[in-house]
Design a binder for this molecule. Structure first.
Ligand SMILES: Cc1cc2nc3c(=O)[nH]c(=O)nc-3n(C[C@H](O)[C@H](O)[C@H](O)COP(=O)(O)OP(=O)(O)OC[C@H]3O[C@@H](n4cnc5c(N)ncnc54)[C@H](O)[C@@H]3O)c2cc1C
Length: 402
């Protein structure tokens, strides 16, 4: 078995496979996305009870890690720093997974026999695998709108006129510069706060009419309130509670309902604990669209439209907090023939999956965000590892036994 990726999903699947005695190789940097694709100083938006990796036995929760290390218990009112979560992932790896090979997978293709795969690594090694679990998260899926991409003909990045939030692990490089942050979700708002605190001159440009903020958790809610708005790992409310309780039920919904749920269940919003660092601190323009962007010397000129009409904004850098597109074709390490053989959810470029997360290509499994159009929004979050990991591991193990 080969697991590609050593983030929350890859580690959780690998832990279950190792516990079942299945020979497995895991590739990727342990908690790599949390170390390099999120800026220093960021916090998780999730609450501690929605942040556990899936272990094959009791004792692997975030709270267990904290207790064993003599660290104080986290509550709903304690935002979790990303570096705490990284240390938890590293501890989980030692405890349940063992060896992880940091090499990157650059090629996956069908093997010479009808079944099985050949996996190519960035250091030139090749190996055979009976089955593959893709757990590469949002890597390679960052999305920057076309009009902004024109600012960086050589490609977006921290040193270009436009970058995506996933390009940054340290935003302090922009101290003293004029930065436009595009987007109205957590990434945009938290990046804006960090940029401001590092001494940059930030403006946030939001397409929606207003910025939404999460509400402060109330740990001891009276029962009528709990009944009206049940709690779930993704927040309160019946819809969220239902999709978290029954991802398998979500999978059985008609495609149109599933995609609607996927697009609407969790709109962009900022964490409650971030509000005081942004509201009345960082200028935020709502109902604002960038209709044109052009590079001029070393600055970016943005033509904006909004309720007050059109306007031009000149900045030193544009930070696109414009999310990710779930597109199996963007996984460049899958051979083109393999990608072509993967049936997608109609109306999307995300793979259609069995109840055990297997694609239409036998032996090829997909977890994490790319599974969200099938199993619902929980798969976009760490909380989904509990549902996914044991299932994937149980089903994938049959390829090794075969
Ligand atoms: C800014 C931001 C904040 C977030 N906050 C939260 C939050 O508070 N709570 C929450 O639940 N979720 C949050 N998420 C979503 C989060 O990304 C997922 O919940 C979680 O990381 C998914 O785990 P994963 O294992 O699927 O992917 P990742 O954590 O992205 O792990 C991917 C792994 O794949 C490896 N990899 C990638 N490509 C290759 C390759 N070609 N070869 C080998 N290895 C490869 C990487 O090195 C990494 O080890 C956030 C996302 C972002 C962008």
């Amino acid at each position: 078995m080969v697991v590609i990726g050593a983030g929350p999903y890859g580690l959780s699947v690998a832990a279950h496979l190792r516990a079942a005695g299945v020979p497995v190789r895991i590739f990727g940097e342990v908690m790599g996305s949390w170390r390099h694709a999120m800026a220093t100083g960021m916090f998780l938006k999730s609450t501690p009870d929605a942040t556990d990796l899936s272990a094959p036995e009791p004792g692997g929760r975030l709270s267990d890690f904290r207790r064993l290390h003599g660290e104080s218990e986290l509550t709903e009112l304690t935002p979790i720093p990303c570096d705490v979560f990284v240390r938890y992932g590293q501890w989980f790896r030692h405890r349940y997974v063992g060896d992880v090979d940091p090499a990157r997978v650059v090629d996956v293709d069908r093997g010479p026999s009808a079944s099985g795969f050949v996996v190519g690594l960035d250091d030139g090694r090749q190996l055979a695998a009976a089955a593959i679990v893709v757990a590469t998260g949002l890597n390679g899926l960052a999305c920057i709108p076309e009009e902004l991409l024109r600012l960086a003909p050589e490609g977006p990045g921290a040193g270009a006129l436009v970058s995506h939030t996933s390009h940054h692990s340290d935003l302090s490089r922009y101290a003293g510069q004029r930065i436009a942050v595009i987007g109205g979700g957590q990434s945009a708002l938290e990046s804006a706060a960090l940029l401001h605190e590092a001494g940059a001159h930030v403006q946030v440009l939001v397409r929606d009419r207003r910025v939404r903020w999460g509400s402060v958790p109330q740990p001891d809610r009276p029962w009528p309130q709990r009944l009206a708005q049940p709690a779930s790992p993704l927040g309160t409310g019946w819809t969220l509670a239902a999709v978290c309780r029954a991802p398998g039920g979500v999978r059985r919904l008609p495609v149109a309902a599933r995609l609607l749920l996927f697009r609407r269940a969790l709109g962009p919003s900022g964490g409650w604990w971030l509000r005081h660092r942004v509201e009345d601190v960082v200028p935020v323009r709502t109902s604002c669209r960038v209709i044109r962007a052009e590079a001029s010397d070393s600055t970016a000129r943005l033509d904006l439209t909004g309720p007050g009409g059109s306007e031009r904004l000149t900045v030193d850098h544009v930070l696109a907090a414009t999310g990710y597109r779930l597109d199996i074709d963007a996984l460049a390490f899958l051979a083109p023939a393999l990608r072509r053989g993967i049936v997608c959810v109609p109306g999307s470029k995300a793979p259609r999956l069995t109840s055990m997360f297997e694609t239409s290509m036998p032996g090829l499994y997909v977890t994490g965000s790319l599974a969200a159009p099938m199993f619902g929004p929980m798969m976009r979050f760490v909380a989904g590892t509990e549902y996914a990991a044991a299932r994937v591991a149980r089903d994938a193990a049959r390829w090794v036994a075969a």
